[in-house]
Every structure is written in structure tokens, then in C-alpha cells.
Design a protein. Structure first.
Length: 381
């Protein structure tokens, strides 16, 4: 028994080696992400924002803010990583002055600080995989119910909640633009925008068909049912990127915004739906009480979708950006979420899986995203 306790004791040298390994990783990461150049760029963008005339050109100002956030997304976690490693070194020095139980407690606390450093390092590793042209931009997301009827509409609602939880964990902001309720429950479609550093670069990993297997709560016979929903993502492009939208190619429909009713119900046709006739792309916004504002937001979303659509046409690689346009049903899913007869979420592109289906539905989807980004980075080499 005494020998067993001895084996569990932490050694000062063991913790020292852990800290030295972290210091080496910090130095390698600093070189890999070019942290000094990023600090210089960040300082330049912040100086521009301090200019009294900064907001005279709003399009340029928004672009500078996006670039500022993109650089800050590297600099802040790197500084936090560096500080955690330095703090761990100081804590180890203090631990060496202790003995017995007090030293063991101090060493455990030191390892706890090392674990915090690991979290910051993981965040930077994730950032290093995001080097695409628009990866640092905000993202427009559309969820659409596929095969499965009411069950599929409910599945869209579940996915929407999952992405809301994920965005909250990332410190991002979600702005809903439009939703179409299902006939009995759930949502047929929902459009929303996610604002945050590298939102598009991250969320593009979710593009595709998502498959649900569970005992349907809408089936009186409690039979197992499979349903599908598609996820589409496009980057919110800058205003200075030219996308031609001809008036004659656009159909504009207005309708009354949905809501809970009551004294604040919207009694005017302020919601706007835009249909781009040549491509069939449809976007909508009913968030604002002003028809003008809804149209402006819908136009921004349409520009983003058309830009990526035309880029796909040029490259003849439609699956690159519109993988979600494949058949919304059997044989085309990127990820399966199984609630019954066992619990398992499996990404069919990377083979990453977990039995914690409830955790995934609470927004814990980072392992799937990181694995896909790593896979894409490997393919690009």
C-alpha cells in the first residue's frame, strides 16, 4: 500500500520537464504563426481605429475591424499561453521551497497551470489551420430540413440550438435573419449570421448533410426514424469585393414578419425575400422592423452567396463551397447523430466519433471541426 502511494507522488523534475516542453512549444508556435509580424499588424489596425476620421468610410472601417479581430485572435491566446507557462515556472520555484504534503499540493497546482497552457496552445493550433482567403470573416449559415417530414424540421431546430451553444462557447454573436416554421413542429429553414474571429473558417467544416437517427417523439408507435438536414455556409464578404446583381435578375417579395403576436406584433409587410433568378439562390430577412433594413441585410447575404457561387463556377469545383447542395438524404451525409439503438456521433469524412451525443448537441463539436481542418491542411500540402 505504501508503495502504491509513493508511485502517485509528483516529482519536481517531472514537473520541470513538462514546463520545459511547454517553453519549447511556445517558441515553435511563435515562429510558426509569425507572432511579431501579427503584433505589428495589430498595432497598425488599432492606430487606424483611433483616427478621428475612421468612420467616414464605413466599408473600410468594417474591413479594418475584421482584420483587427483576426490578428487579435492570434495575439491574445499567444500572450495567455506565454503567461501561463511563465506562471507555471514561478509556481515550480515556489514548490521547490516546500516539503511533503505542501510541496505535493504546490506541484499539482503547477500542473494545473500547465493544463491551462495546453488549452491556449490548442486554440492557437486551431487558428494555425485557418489560412483561407475568407477564413477570418463572419459567416452566413442556412439550415434546411431534408427527408424526414416533421422529424426533419425538428432536427433543424436541434442543429440550430447546437450551433447557438457552440457560438456562445466561442464568444461569437448570432443574429437570426429569417426562419420558416415546420407544419407541426421545428423549422423548415433558418438563416442566421455568426459574427466573430474566424467564424467562416471554422463553420465551413459544418457544410453538408447531417443525419439523425432516433425514436421519433412524433410517432405514436415509437419507431426509429432517420431524418436529414443540410447546413450551408458562406463568408460575409467585404463591401469592396464587386459582385454584380442586375435589377432584372432579382425578384423581391415582401411579407409580414413572424412573431409571437401581442401589442408589439409587426402589422406591416417588412420582411424581405430575394430570389436571384439566374441561379435560383433565395435569401430572406425579417429581423428588422424596417423593410429597408431587412432588404439591406438580405442583399449582403445574397452578395456573399453569389460571390462563392461564381467562384465555384470559375474553378469547376462546385463541391468546394456547395457541398450542402447534394441530395439532402440517404448516402450524402457528412455526419451521423445516432440516439438509438446506441449513442454515437460519427463524422464520415474524418472517422472522428464520440458516444457523447448529448454533449455534441450542447455544442461540443470542436473535435469534429479540428479534425476536418487538419485533414484539409494535410491534403493541401
Amino acid at each position: 500500500m505504501a508503495e502504491e502511494v509513493k508511485e502517485k507522488l509528483l516529482e519536481v523534475e517531472e514537473v520541470r520537464q513538462r514546463i520545459e516542453a511547454l517553453k519549447k512549444s511556445v517558441a515553435e508556435m511563435a515562429d510558426y504563426i509569425k507572432i511579431d509580424a501579427r503584433r505589428e499588424a495589430l498595432a497598425g489596425y488599432e492606430a487606424q481605429q483611433a483616427d478621428a476620421d475612421f468612420w467616414n468610410n464605413q466599408a473600410k472601417a468594417r474591413d479594418v475591424i475584421a482584420k483587427t479581430n483576426a490578428e487579435r485572435a492570434y495575439v491574445q491566446p499567444f500572450d495567455a499561453l506565454n503567461k501561463a507557462v511563465e506562471d507555471a515556472g514561478v509556481m515550480l520555484e515556489l514548490a521547490e521551497l516546500e516539503e511533503g504534503t505542501a510541496q505535493q499540493t504546490a506541484l499539482k497546482d503547477t500542473l494545473g497551470e500547465c493544463a491551462r497552457a495546453d488549452e491556449y496552445f490548442a486554440k492557437l493550433r486551431m487558428q494555425s489551420l485557418l489560412g483561407g482567403k475568407f477564413d477570418g470573416y463572419n459567416v452566413f449559415v442556412k439550415l434546411h430540413a431534408g427527408q424526414g417530414g416533421t422529424e426533419a424540421c425538428d432536427w433543424v431546430s436541434m442543429l440550430y440550438r447546437m450551433y447557438q451553444r457552440y457560438a456562445e462557447d466561442q464568444g461569437w454573436k448570432i443574429e437570426e435573419y429569417d426562419q420558416q416554421p415546420g407544419e407541426e413542429a421545428g423549422l423548415k429553414d433558418v438563416y442566421f449570421r455568426i459574427e466573430g474571429p474566424y467564424a467562416y473558417g471554422t463553420m465551413k467544416a459544418e457544410r453538408g448533410i447531417h443525419r439523425l437517427v432516433r425514436i421519433s417523439p412524433f410517432d405514436a408507435n415509437k419507431r426509429r426514424q432517420t431524418s436529414f438536414a443540410s447546413v450551408e455556409t458562406v463568408a460575409e464578404i467585404a463591401d469592396d469585393i464587386d459582385v454584380e446583381i442586375k435589377d432584372e435578375d432579382l425578384r423581391i417579395d415582401t411579407y409580414r414578419s413572424g412573431g409571437a403576436g401581442g401589442q408589439h406584433v409587426n402589422k406591416t409587410d417588412s420582411a424581405v425575400r430575394l430570389t436571384h433568378l439566374p441561379t435560383g439562390i433565395v435569401v430572406a430577412c425579417q429581423k428588422e422592423r424596417s423593410q429597408h433594413m431587412n432588404k439591406e441585410k438580405a442583399m449582403n447575404m445574397l452578395r456573399a452567396q453569389l460571390y462563392e457561387y461564381y467562384e465555384d463556377q470559375k474553378r469547376a469545383e462546385m463541391d468546394r463551397f456547395y457541398g450542402a447542395k447534394s441530395a439532402n438524404g440517404w448516402g450524402s451525409q457528412i455526419r451521423s447523430y445516432v440516439f438509438c439503438p446506441y449513442t454515437m456521433v460519427k463524422d464520415l469524412r474524418t472517422e472522428v466519433e464520440t458516444p457523447d451525443v448529448n454533449g455534441v448537441m450542447d455544442g461540443h463539436i470542436q473535435p469534429f471541426i479540428e479534425a476536418w481542418l487538419q485533414q484539409q491542411a494535410t491534403k493541401a500540402k
